[in-house]
Design a protein around this ligand. Sequence first.
Ligand code: DQA
Length: 154
Amino acid sequence: MSNIIFVLNGPNLNMLGKREPGIYGGETLETIGEDCRSAGAKLCLEIDFRQSNHEGVLVDWIQEAGSRAKGIVINPGAYSHTSIAIHDAIRAVSPLPVAEVHLSNIHAREEFRHHSWVSSVATGMICGFGSQGYVMALHALAARLEAAQQKGQG
Ligand code: DQA
C-alpha cells in the first residue's frame, strides 16, 4: 500500500481567500491543496485532499481513511468545537495517526473556540501558523510513518 494521507477540511474552509482574511489569510483552499501535494511529493506521501461542509461526510471520510490511508490531517473547522461524531470516528480508526490543524490560534480567539473535541483523540495539534500548519502536519506524519516502517509496523 502506498503512503496515502487524507487531508480533510471541514465547513466554510471552501471560502478561504474571501473569508475573514485578517484571521485566516488570503490563500485559497485550492492553493493549500497544491502546497500539500508538493510537500507530499517531497515526503513520498500521496495526498488525497478534500473539503466538505457536512459533518456526516467528514465521518465517512475518516472511516474510509481507516482502511485506505496511513494518516489523516484534519482541519475540522467549527465542528472541532461541537462534534462528538468526529471525535468518535477518529477513535474508531485508532491507532491511525491524526494531525489536527487550525489556521488560526484557536486559544487566542473567542472562548467557544478554546475547546476542541478532536484534540483529545488526535495524535497532535498545530494551530496559529496559517496554511503552513498543514505542511508542518505532513512532516510530522511522515516522520512517524518512517519510524513505524523502520520498526516494521507501517
Ligand atoms: C478554524 C478555527 C475554527 O474555530 C473555525 O470555526 C474555522 C477555522 C481554523 O482553521 O482556524 O472554521 O478551524
